[in-house]
Design a protein around this ligand. Structure first.
Ligand code: ATP
Ligand code: MG
Length: 175
């Protein structure tokens, strides 16, 4: 969290280092899924990943990429009850990578959707009494995705009906 705070402070002053690590996004996703598996298994949640077969190299700051998808997976797992499922899909087309994370969790009431990227915002605090969190994760995620010229959308049909997060991130994929 300290790292997140520091980064957010830096984003604030508009000195973001987009960096230039060459990352195979397919391998990255698979490794991150493996890292998150224990958290999923502890709740009996199925965590699946669908991604292209071949390596896809992109230029990105690995720390940013990790912050974004770790936070999104952490949310999906935290806000999904025991026995649910989290599906992560990655598609690359037209110099875009599109990540979709769908969970079968507690969902989000429509009135909260416009506020999720605000700092310290937690939807329906009473319902989240037993779920730890500071409401900062998505503000960091949103700032990073925006800095890369990407787009993030969070949708939910409503309370207890799951949530879908879509990240569209423009990348240079060698043909
Ligand atoms: P932190 O990420 O700082 O530990 P947090 O998870 O509460 O805390 P955010 O990640 O910013 O904060 O999310 C903001 C709020 O959005 C959450 O408190 C929760 O109400 C809602 N939310 C985010 N992801 C989901 C999800 N997958 N399902 C249901 N609600 C979600
Ligand atoms: Mg969070």
């Amino acid at each position: 969290m300290v790292q997140g705070f520091t980064l957010l402070a830096r984003l604030d002053v508009d000195r973001m280092e987009l960096g230039c690590d060459q990352v195979d996004i397919v391998r990255f996703a698979s490794a991150l899924r493996n890292q998150m598996l224990p958290q999923a298994e502890a709740k009996g949640i199925t965590l699946s990943l669908t991604a292209p077969d071949q390596a896809i190299h992109i230029h990105v700051n690995l720390a940013h990429l990790t912050l974004v998808f770790r936070n999104l997976l952490d949310n999906a797992l935290k806000y999904t009850s025991n026995g649910g499922s989290v599906r992560w899909s990655l598609v690359c087309e037209d110099q875009m990578m599109i990540h979709t994370l769908t969970d079968t969790g507690i969902g989000i009431a429509p009135e909260h959707l416009p506020h999720l990227f605000e700092r310290f915002y937690r939807a329906d605090r009473a319902r989240l009494r037993d779920v730890p969190g500071s409401g900062l994760g998505l503000s960091i995620v949103g700032a990073i995705v925006q800095a890369y010229g990407g787009d993030i959308q969070i949708e939910s049909p409503g309370v207890n009906q799951g949530t879908t997060v879509t990240v569209r991130w423009r990348v240079q994929i060698p043909q």
